[in-house]
Design a protein around this ligand. Sequence first.
Ligand SMILES: C[S@@+](CC[C@H](N)C(=O)[O-])C[C@H]1O[C@@H](n2cnc3c(N)ncnc32)[C@H](O)[C@@H]1O
Length: 444
Amino acid sequence: MNAPAQLETFRAVIQETLGLALATEQDDRLARALTVRAARTSCKPAAYIARIHRGWPEEIGSLAAEITVGETFFLRGLDQLEALTTVIVPACAQRGDRRLRILSAGCATGEEPYSIAIQLREHVPDLASWDVSIRAIDASATALESAKRATYRPWALRETPDRLRARWFARQSERVWTLHPDIRSMVQFEQRNLAAADPFLFQRQAFDVVLCRNVLMYFAPAVAASILDRIADSLAPGGVLFVGHAENLRGLCDRFEVRTFGSAFGYVAAGSAPRVTERATEAAPASPTSGTNDAWIHNIARSTDRISELAMRAVTAPNAPRATAASDAVRPQRPEQLDDNERSAREHHAAALERADAGDLESAAELERSAVWLVPDFAIAHLHLGRLLRRLDRTDEARAELDRARALLAHEDPARVALFGGGFTRGGLGAICRAELAACGDDS
Ligand SMILES: C[S@@+](CC[C@H](N)C(=O)[O-])C[C@H]1O[C@@H](n2cnc3c(N)ncnc32)[C@H](O)[C@@H]1O
């Protein structure tokens, strides 16, 4: 089999086994993973692919570690963690039900489930009288080993206030913090593959709260849909699913409806009675449209609409702005004509622009990282990410992104230039890129 055909087979096998949709732009990552894992397991690449396809449970975790994105940090999505203790726990207590079964699905290196444990320890004074279980699963063996070690770099604690650092972490050295054993003991880690039917994990009504944040976006839509189906089956009546701030279930699963929980939004089974009592909801807006707390709920929807609107404007305007050179003649596709990764990357990029506008550079950079993961040749997203990282004083990372943008800009999709180029031509964007690189101390 020639190399491109082999890569195609590998891509299909990864989608079948791990559910991950890797676009052709991610061929470098795919090829590297194949080379590394085949060498480590002393297989020829073709034999490696065949063994994975047949089912190779001991290896799948290492392969996942090679190809998945594990970006995470403590107290990420704090509004959702707060919702747990300000809305969901009081509602359970009011019903006389002091049991809380939580699943962190796609827990990466443990920051998410440990943050849940910290949040509960901090804000539920009578936690000792509760029956709490926090299960945390991930496909990546390396991530799980790291989670169990529970030692973290300052970067993982970038959103953790000093007070919580001092209370729940011991500083081992300048750059290493170890998590308190009381928090570690609250979480059980398991290596599990979300893409596989897993009746032992997803038992009926097994969980009160499921966090599946910043995970679904990496899956092929059909796989994400079946994972959501399993989650829906496993939620207890009134149970809540939280997804990442940049994610939503539109077009994936109609078994959920969105509700507000304090200032966060989450999903409950469609048509289910509200678990949260009148009293508990008093603190929260009564409906997703009442008040400012719903900002996130419609954020992505708005982004999508904005993209549609811009695309339609570019198609229909008689005097569409001559932002691009004549050689860049633009025929933007309608959103429904875009492939899933491209559409999702554009949504992430649009959401990143909104977050940056609002001054939230960290979230903007995270969203932009997802955009370039989904579509690695998205030059404008690399450029924006580079600019954000420079503003965040992460100069080395900024330089790498800007270098990538500079290399990719010459071939940037004209539709993306028209939609996201801020009125600049490719040449203008190139000049911005060079100026940003110069500001990073790069004179070339
Ligand atoms: C970006 S991290 C999200 C971490 C955390 N949930 C958060 O929001 O900060 C995505 C995680 O999903 C995991 N993952 C990807 N495919 C998976 C699969 N098929 N089964 C289980 N976990 C998977 C990756 O290994 C990675 O750790």
